[in-house]
Design a protein around this ligand. Structure first.
Ligand code: NAP
Length: 257
């Protein structure tokens, strides 16, 4: 009989090495997306940074070059993701430039106008749903065929605790996050056999520009920081490929939400 220990079914697997992995981050110009990009650059990811502001994205690329000189140069894609046609063309353009996509982080989002539903305009409602729900659905749909062909990939949705509970004055925003959760559940089961994982990070309040004009500085100082969210994102993506994190909830101890 051999003395060599056989690996057991649940033997620990090494953490995933993210070096050189092609990671698309939507809404990378500010707030959470920006912090995630800076954190993943430290892991050596080949980042594709998406937002409308080319100036802010270029500033971020320069900062990545200084903070993570070992990382591959980050690529910029300027796109208005509230336009479904832009979402449709974005993923093929990235695949053409980068060869493939390892990780899609659906992060871009807006609160929309915070008010009772009867005071919302049709345009307010449409824009919030288009950016927060239709856009990640299209980007995921267009990204999956490449991942299926490679039998590998991770979709990481930056979601919110409002995906499960609705608050007054935030109807379209809550609906968009409930919808993102619903699509994630469907895709998880559709793709489980293809080695593709759908991760969800469900956040309480995070101090980012999304709160400008909504919350005062005292309230904001009690919120999570974008860097704490970025660390949680890196934690999820560094797990072995055998590990699936459908939901990770991150909230501030000090803030109510
Ligand atoms: N902050 C929170 O308390 C909190 C809590 C739970 C969940 N979240 C979610 O976290 C995500 C990021 O939020 P954040 O707080 O970081 O917000 P943020 O600071 O306002 O940043 C939003 C990002 O989305 C981009 N964006 C906005 N409209 C866009 C459009 N039409 N097309 C392409 N990109 C667009 C912005 O870039 P450009 O303006 O340059 O386009 C920016 O990079 C959102 O999905 C949000 O719902 C946030």
């Amino acid at each position: 009989m051999s003395n060599v220990a056989k690996p057991t079914a649940n033997a620990a697997q090494p953490i995933t090495n993210l070096k050189g992995r092609v990671v698309v981050v939507t809404g990378a110009s500010k707030g959470i997306g920006r912090a995630i990009a800076l954190r993943l650059a430290q892991e050596g990811c080949a980042l594709v940074l998406v937002a409308r502001s080319e100036r802010l994205l270029q500033t971020l690329v320069d900062e990545i070059g200084v903070q993570a000189p070992h990382a591959p140069p980050a690529r910029i894609e300027v796109a208005d993701l509230s336009d479904p046609a832009s979402c449709d063309t974005l993923i093929p353009a990235i695949e053409k430039a980068c060869g493939h996509i390892d990780v899609l982080i659906n992060n871009a989002g807006i609160t929309g106008r915070i008010c009772p539903l009867h005071e919302s305009t049709t345009e307010d409602i449409r824009r919030t749903i288009d950016l927060n729900l239709t856009s990640p659905a299209i980007l995921t749909a267009r990204t999956l065929p490449g991942m299926i062909a490679r039998q590998h990939g991770t979709i990481l949705n930056i979601n919110s605790i409002v995906a499960k509970t609705s608050y007054p004055n935030w109807g379209p925003y809550c609906a968009s996050k409930h919808g993102m959760h619903a699509i994630a559940e469907s895709v998880t089961e559709e793709q489980r056999g293809n080695g593709i994982r759908v991760f969800g990070l469900y956040l309480g309040a995070v101090d980012t520009p999304i709160w400008d004009g909504v919350a005062d500085s005292t309230g904001r100082s009690a919120m999570l920081t974008p860097e704490e969210v970025a660390d949680a994102t890196a934690f999820m993506l560094l797990q072995p490929e055998s590990v699936f994190i459908p939901e990770l909830v991150l909230r501030s101890m000090a803030f109510g939400l």
